[in-house]
Design a protein around this ligand. Structure first.
Ligand SMILES: O=C(O)CCC(=O)C(=O)O
Length: 360
């Protein structure tokens, strides 16, 4: 596997600049092959949605029957969907509104101001406009900002935006809340898998987990039927906790070969299982493909927090979940190794995690 000590293979073009140029036609680099276009793939009935789970009785010492209900709902959602949204999760709604607004304001800053944070494929930290380094790849209609929140040695405020005012404080507060929530969700998943409550968190490295934030900015697109804001992919990490745009839909989840457009509940956090949980659970839970569509009317912003294992621990199926009938499906691999592979290739459906299967 080659490394990422290189720069982007082609000059970076900010999608926001293309959008603001007013050109009615998108460059051919953004035109997806026919089967990948939003209008050519099967879309499920608009009434269908991912499960909504009220987790107000989250705390494990609360009422037993309520806790059992939440555990069951999370179990069904993990097994049948790999995606769900949680409400009454304990994060202040004002914090969610404020951080969303701050990031909207960040992306509204002039391109030259954001350019100071231009990223490279080495760490991806900063302001970016492509994922993957394959020369000539067809690109997605989005810009983003990527930063590390944990481990502390990777967290560097100088690499976070300095404007708008308070954005760093908001990221700090939101990060703290999201990390707590991620830990609690791992407890629920562990119990549901029949493992000790702290199992997944310990396997993720205990207090040394990784957490990073990608804020996606999808500018208005004059030909949304030809492109995607983010191509189909599963998330490489452990769990993703997504704060979607409160005004503009766009996230689609693949279910039974159809795309379902997620309708977020007010102030919900969308949770999805990543590839590392698929590996640890020996595919009892599976990460699920998702993608983002764009539109010509409104830009969209989403905040994806990735809760990941410590990056140098080999991750493999839990011994407790390996049986004669179901031997280990994956060989051990550290998240560092896995992420390198992802960072080279960009979004590629489920091909990455499927390619990890141990030869048998
Ligand atoms: O924008 C969204 O709703 C989803 C973003 C996403 O899938 C990602 O950042 O990996």
């Amino acid at each position: 596997m080659s490394n990422l000590n290189q720069d982007w293979p082609e000059p970076i073009v900010r999608v926001q600049s293309l959008s603001e140029s007013g050109c009615p036609v998108i460059p051919s680099r953004y035109i997806k092959p026919l089967p990948d276009r939003p209008t050519s793939s099967a879309v499920a009935s608009a009434a269908l949605n991912i499960p909504i789970i009220d987790v107000h009785a989250f705390s494990l010492d609360q009422d037993h029957s309520l806790r059992r209900t939440i555990l069951n709902q999370v179990s069904d959602a993990c097994r049948n969907w790999g995606f769900f949204q949680i409400i009454n999760h304990g994060i202040r709604p004002e914090l969610l509104d404020d951080i969303r607004r701050a990031w909207h304001d960040f992306f509204k800053l002039p391109v030259e101001t954001k350019q100071v944070y231009a990223n490279s494929p080495k760490t991806y930290e900063g302001y970016g406009s492509r994922l993957g380094v394959q020369k000539g790849a067809i690109l997605d209609w989005s810009d983003y900002f990527f930063l590390h929140y944990l481990p502390p040695r990777l967290k560097d405020h100088n690499k976070w935006p300095a404007a708008p005012p308070c954005i760093r404080e908001l990221i700090e507060e939101y990060g703290e809340e999201i990390v707590k929530l991620g830990g609690r969700l791992l407890e629920l998943l562990s119990v549901n898998l029949g493992l000790p409550e702290g199992y997944l968190q310990n396997t993720f490295g205990g207090q040394d987990v990784g957490a990073c934030l990608r804020v996606n900015y999808y500018p208005k697109c004059p030909q949304p039927e030809l492109t995607l804001g983010l191509s189909s992919h599963s998330d490489p990490g452990g769990l993703t906790l997504l704060l979607p745009d409160d005004k503009v839909a766009g996230l689609q989840v693949r279910k039974d070969n159809k795309w379902i457009t997620v309708k977020p509940a007010p102030h919900a956090i969308i949770v999805n299982v990543g590839d590392q949980v698929q590996v640890l659970s020996n595919a009892i839970y599976r990460s699920v493909e998702h993608r983002v569509i764009v539109n010509s009317e409104k830009e969209r912003v989403s905040l994806a927090f990735f809760y990941n294992p410590k990056s140098d621990i080999p991750i493999e199926p839990a011994k407790e979940l390996i049986t004669r009938d179901k031997p280990a499906l994956y060989s051990p691999m550290t998240f560092d190794e896995y992420r390198l592979y992802i960072r080279m290739r960009g979004p590629q459906g489920k091909s990455q995690v499927d390619s990890l299967k141990s030869p048998r």
